[in-house]
Design a protein around this ligand. Sequence first.
Ligand code: NAD
Ligand code: ZN
Length: 386
Amino acid sequence: MQRRKSLVRCLMMSVNVTAAVAWEAGKPLVIEEVEVAPPQKMEVRIKILFTSLCHTDVYFWEAKGQNPVFPRILGHEAGGVVESVGEGVTELQPGDHVLPVFTGECKECAHCKSEESNMCDLLRINTDRGVMIHDQKSRFSINGKPIFHFVGTSTFSEYTVVHVGCLAKINPLAPLDKVCVLSCGISTGLGATLNVAKPKKGSSVAIFGLGAVGLAAAEGARIAGASRIIGVDLNANRFELAKKFGVTEFVNPKDYKKPVQEVIAEMTNGGVDRSVECTGHIDAMISAFECVHDGWGVAVLVGVPHKDAVFKTSPLNLLNERTLKGTFFGNYKPRSDIPSVVEKYMNKELELEKFITHEVPFSEINKAFDLMLKGEGLRCIIRMGE
Ligand code: NAD
Ligand code: ZN
């Protein structure tokens, strides 16, 4: 008993670890020694083993269209192991393998209780918040000066503190250097197709935008058994890569004088059965909707648009029985659903290796930013502790 008490006490201490701190917008991250406080009520401290870089990290690092919150520890796609748990945490214990997720699942609110929604009231993504919900304080500091959190995950640190509702407990046999990409982009695209567009076997699907999210949506179409997967992108360099993801045909809107929705309608005898938009550009969103077949076509919007963008189409397009939907994190509930997405990878139903195009040690994390800014590759895995 005495031993157990002292073990608990020792786990509840701050730890000094290495983290990559974004001190200012657009400036390279700096590797620093950071103090990470113990987890408080309903919080978990985890050791991050692998993290990857997603566009959202870059947007908030550049902070062009967003509220600048600095100094901050970015990072939200990752895999790690539980080190210690705070008061009230019963479903996780030290040693459990987890994926932190930028949005959460409290399991108590109307959204969490609904079978349809994953937009948890308590833990829904909040990009402006740089502190923990419990006491509105940060768990990170350097010489007593707080460093802000990012979307409740801050995975560019050897240790981080996360609300238990933002952690998916996964199969401990799953390789964290692969499944870490399921924390955000890949699950978003995959779920947009499998959970929301739901193409039937043998159907046609158009994917707008062939970045990591769009290619994950294509992977979903392949898994669902779609027979035609039409990839649409303004960047022809994406087409070669997309072949590995089951994309069967390519359309570059720049090659045509007429709107791309007309090109697709001609290719498919009136329109595709499903479309998934993963660009974040309003024109592509409108084309993605207008290229689905009347009577049954469903278009799903995934890309995050400019804050002033307006979606304009004739209401007749809806009256003619086309459906327009949008989705957040592929409609997956982080704690309830993500463990089963990891199992899809373990069963070899879902391929993840093809999304991982680069790897760097943590000390070279800025290289991952350079690759993304140059538009090279899909996902760069950052190995912690190196
Ligand atoms: P990315 O930049 O890697 O890929 C976007 C692709 O779209 C690029 O290849 C680009 O050439 C192409 N593109 C741009 N405009 C186009 C147009 N008008 N027509 C055709 N192609 C066009 O981005 P990504 O990481 O794959 O993310 C895609 C989108 O998904 C982003 O907007 C991102 O913010 C969003 N996202 C949404 C969620 C969610 O939950 N809804 C989660 C993660 C990411
Ligand atoms: Zn909830």
